[in-house]
Design a protein around this ligand. Structure first.
Ligand code: ZN
Length: 293
């Protein structure tokens, strides 16, 4: 479980979210058996997705993030709801790349060039979709650009995953600072100065800074209060019913092929280790449902 701290200054001009996301990212690493650079890329994206999820109003609301880069990792997909669940996967979790000259994992090269899309289903008729090109593929810069370009909201985002020697997740966290409409220049400049002076998220966590100290440092010089916090963890909500619906949506031709060629089907969830098995009889039933659609 990862607690998301949320705070707002007394005038309602700046909001700050912070999460120590080690638990959810380590769960993702174990499920997908990710290499260090894949752990960092997926972990940063999961952390940010949980932070966005935490800002949603209703429990049923969902946010999905698609990072489509031309690098060796392939697509990164994550999704979170307003009820504390986040999940995700990376297309090629076993990719290894040389470290950058500064000794850091080369997430930018692993992700490559491409696009970042965010889809929010807020229970309205149409889901909201926004897309921007990737700036660096380092994830935090890409989300920052998304907010500036697609939402016109000045935002500072810091995401970090530190992988241990045994490839487990040693530290992981995310800091999300957003200026609200009407924020004056003086406050904006103060917040910018405070954020710029902070070390990276993983450094702060390594140095033992508490979430409270991190949030307080961002607001230095301003009064602020905490809002209700949220708890997020890696959870998959897949079910046999959902997989059946997905199979039906493949259509008659595809189902007939499966029946005639394989006489069965095995579907592994992309987000968790669950495997769903379908016999020939099951598939014929689904084919009938597809025909009656
Ligand atoms: Zn699943």
């Amino acid at each position: 479980m990862s607690k998301i701290y949320k705070a707002i200054d007394s005038q309602g001009l700046v909001r700050v979210f912070f999460v120590d996301s080690r638990d959810m990212v380590e769960t993702a690493r174990k499920i997908h058996n990710t290499s260090p650079v894949a752990t960092a890329a997926l972990g940063r994206t999961l952390t940010m997705t949980a932070l966005i999820g935490s800002g949603m109003k209703d429990k049923e609301d969902t946010v999905s993030v698609f990072i489509k880069g031309d690098g060796p990792l392939g697509q990164i997909v994550t999704t979170a709801n307003g009820n504390g669940a986040v999940k995700g996967y990376v297309a090629n979790p076993a990719v290894h790349l040389p470290l950058k000259s500064n000794g850091k994992l080369d997430v930018g090269a692993a992700v490559g060039k491409g696009s970042l899309s965010i889809t929010m289903d807020l229970g309205l008729k149409e889901p909201y979709c926004g897309q921007v090109p990737l700036v660096t593929g380092e994830i935090a810069e890409d989300f920052t650009y998304y907010y500036a370009k697609s939402q016109q909201i000045p935002t500072a985002i810091s995401l970090g995953v530190l992988v241990d020697r045994d490839y487990s997740v040693k530290r992981s966290g995310g800091l999300f600072v957003q200026l609200m409409p009407g924020c004056d220049d003086e406050t904006a400049a103060l917040i910018e100065k405070n954020v710029t002076e902070l070390p990276s998220v993983t450094t702060m966590l390594e140095e033992g800074m508490t979430p409270d100290l991190i949030v307080t440092s961002v607001f230095a010089g301003l009064f602020f209060k905490y809002l209700d916090d949220d708890e997020y963890s890696y959870k998959c909500d897949c079910s046999r019913e959902k997989i059946e619906r997905a199979l039906i949506s493949l259509g008659e031709k595809e189902l007939k092929n499966m029946i005639e060629e394989d006489h069965k089907a095995e579907v592994t969830c992309r987000f968790c280790p669950e495997v769903y098995k379908f016999t020939e009889f099951d598939l014929i039933n689904l084919l009938n449902k597809a025909k009656n659609k």
